[in-house]
Design a protein. Sequence first.
Length: 178
Amino acid sequence: MLMLESVERFKRTISHLTEVSKLQKEYAPATVAVDLAAVVEGVRRDLQPLVKETAAQLVVAVEQVPWVQFSEKNLRSVVYNLLSNALKYRHPGRPAQVELRARVQPGYTVLEVQDNGLGIHPDQLPRLFTMFQRFHTHVEGTGIGLYMVKRMVENAGGHLEVKSQPGVGTTVGVYLPY
């Protein structure tokens, strides 16, 4: 059983590294007007078993931004990684509350994922999006997801901002140019 789990983890890591390799070659991915609510709803359905298992409250407020100019596949990956991390790294002492908001500000469409999870220490923030970096090892992961999010967003000319407080939670802002 342990051998099968190790093989599956290895296969997932190889798959992620293949995606990273593709991202490193992709400087300006083709962008289209993507229906944000539809992408978020698809990710929410995919994460429903985890939401149910963790008894999390997931609040989505994206109605102010019906369309995002971005690669649809990459937008789905960004939303999936941020929401799944918010659920995986929940605080054990309280029910998980995760909120996804979207707004427009001059020059950017901003997606924010806020949680009341474990949070991370401010000293760790500069390394948060480094490949293979993991700060909480009690849940399964490869340390590649946030690195891929950063690459996708930066390849499109955007950037990320993170605010976090240990024991309180984390907010990740994704700034996509329009």
